[in-house]
Design a protein around this ligand. Structure first.
Ligand code: KIV
Ligand code: ZN
Length: 390
C-alpha cells in the first residue's frame, strides 16, 4: 500500500526570498490559484510580519483558496510574528501557524547568544501561544541537519508536548547528504511515533550541494510524511527542493518508494512557466522535468531508438507533466531515421532511396553549418530539392 505524501509549496515564501523574485499581491494570488489547480496540499503563502505588503498578500491568498488547500505562513518564535500569521490566515478554511527556531549550536550560540534551555523554552512558549489561536501548529527546528541529535530530539519532544502537530526538519543550508539525512529522519521518526503517532513528520531541504531532491526522497524512504518544495526549485541561494522533481521521482519510482502524492502532474509545466513569466527568472534549459530540453533528444543513436520505441530513451511521457510530446532536435548528429521522420511529419513523401540519400546529404551539409536545423529549414531544403528535380 502506498503512503500518501503531503506536499507543501513554499514558492511564495522561501521561493520569493530570491533577489528579483518579488511579486505583487495580484500575481501571488494568481500563482496560488495555479498551485490549487496543481493540487498541492498546503501553501506557505508568505512571512506576514516582514511587511504590510506580505501581510496583505497572505490575507488575499487565504481568502481565495477555499477548503481544498491548507494555508500557512511563517513566524519566528515571538508573539508579534505569531499574531501577524494568525491575523493574515484566519479567514482560510484550513489554516495553521508555522513557527521556526534554530536548534544547531551555531544558531543557539552565535545567532541567539543564549543557553540551549532558554532557546528551547522560547519554542515551547511560542507553540503554547499559537495553540491558543489555532489547533494546528508546525514547528521547524531550523538548521536541524547541523544540530546535536539529543538536543534536537529534546526540542522536538518538548514542542510536541506543548501541542505542535507537525514537526518540520530543515536542512537549512543544504549541508546534508542523502544517507545521513535519511538516517536522521529515521531516528526522529522512530521516537516520534512512540511519543505521538498523530504528529506529522516533515522535511524542508535546500540545494546548496545540489542534493535537495535526493535528500527529500531519502527522507521519504525513511518515514517523512510531508515535504516542503518550491516550483523550479526557486529559493534562497541555490534554492529549495524542486517540487516537480520530487513528485515525478515518486511517480516514476513508485514501486521503490511505495509512496505517492496527489499532485495533478499535467499541470506541472504550466505552473513552472507561470512562475517564470511572473518572476522573470528563467529555468536552466537542462533542468529536470521543466527545462526546455527535458524532453528533447538530439543524438542520432537516441533518436533512432526513440522512433523504434519511445521507452528506449524515455522514462517519463512528456504529456504526463504537461509538455506536448517528445522533441527530436535535428542537428549534425541526427541520423537518417530522425530526418525522414521530420520530412514525413511535414507532409512530404520520401522519394526513392537514391533520391533520399541526396536529400540527406544536403541536410548534413546544412546541419554542419548550424547548431540546430529547424522545421522551416527542412521545409526549404525539401521544396528546394524538389524544384531542382523538375
Ligand atoms: O530553510 C529553513 O530552515 C526554512 C525554515 C523556515 C523552515 O526556510
Ligand atoms: Zn528554507
Amino acid at each position: 500500500m502506498n503512503r500518501k505524501i503531503i506536499v507543501l509549496d513554499t514558492t511564495l515564501r522561501d521561493g520569493e526570498q530570491v533577489p528579483g523574485a518579488k511579486l505583487n499581491v495580484n500575481q501571488k494570488v494568481e500563482f496560488a490559484q495555479q498551485l490549487k489547480r496543481l493540487r498541492v496540499d498546503m501553501i506557505e503563502a508568505g512571512f506576514p510580519a516582514s511587511s504590510e505588503g506580505d501581510f496583505q498578500a497572505v490575507q488575499e491568498i487565504a481568502r481565495s483558496v477555499g477548503d481544498a488547500v491548507s494555508i500557512t505562513a511563517l513566524a519566528r518564535a515571538v508573539k508579534g510574528d505569531i499574531d501577524a500569521v494568525y491575523n493574515s490566515i484566519k479567514l482560510a478554511q484550513n489554516p495553521f501557524i508555522h513557527i521556526v527556531l534554530g536548534t544547531s549550536n551555531i544558531h543557539v550560540e552565535k545567532k541567539f547568544n543564549r543557553s540551549k534551555d532558554a532557546v528551547m523554552q522560547q519554542g515551547v512558549d511560542a507553540v503554547k501561544y499559537a495553540k491558543t489561536l489555532l489547533p494546528h501548529v508546525q514547528y521547524s527546528t531550523e538548521d536541524a541537519s547541523r544540530s546535536e541529535f539529543e538536543y534536537l530530539w529534546k526540542t522536538i519532544e518538548a514542542v510536541v508536548k506543548a501541542g505542535a502537530t507537525i514537526i518540520n526538519v530543515p536542512d537549512t543550508v543544504g549541508y546534508a547528504v542523502p544517507e545521513e539525512f535519511g538516517d536522521l529522519i529515521r531516528r526522529i521518526n522512530d521516537r516520534l511515533k512512540n511519543l505521538n503517532p498523530d504528529v506529522i513528520l516533515s522535511v524542508h531541504c535546500h540545494n546548496d550541494l545540489g542534493m535537495a531532491t535526493a535528500n527529500t526522497l531519502s527522507a521519504i524512504k525513511n518515514g517523512a510524511e510531508k515535504v516542503e518544495c518550491t516550483i523550479n526549485g526557486l529559493g534562497e541561494r541555490a534554492g529549495n527542493t524542486s517540487l516537480e522533481e520530487v513528485v515525478m521521482g515518486l511517480k516514476v519510482r513508485e514501486n521503490f518508494y511505495q509512496a505517492s502524492t496527489g499532485i495533478k502532474t499535467p499541470e506541472l509545466l504550466r505552473t513552472s512557466r507561470l512562475l517564470t513569466y511572473l518572476t522573470g527568472l528563467d529555468v536552466q534549459v537542462n533542468k529536470a522535468i521543466t527545462g526546455e530540453n527535458a524532453f528533447a533528444h538530439s543524438s542520432g543513436i537516441h533518436q533512432d531508438g526513440l522512433l523504434k520505441d519511445k521507452q528506449v530513451y524515455e522514462i517519463i511521457e512528456p504529456e504526463e507533466v504537461g509538455a506536448e510530446s517528445m522533441e527530436l532536435i535535428l542537428t549534425a548528429r541526427s541520423g537518417r531515421h530522425a530526418f525522414k521522420n521530420a520530412v514525413e511529419k511535414m507532409g512530404f513523401e520520401i522519394g526513392d532511396a537514391e533520391d533520399f540519400e541526396v536529400l540527406f546529404d544536403k541536410f548534413l551539409k546544412l546541419a554542419d553549418s548550424k547548431k540546430e536545423v529547424y522545421d522551416h529549414d527542412v521545409f526549404y531544403l525539401v521544396t528546394n530539392h524538389r524544384m531542382m528535380d523538375v
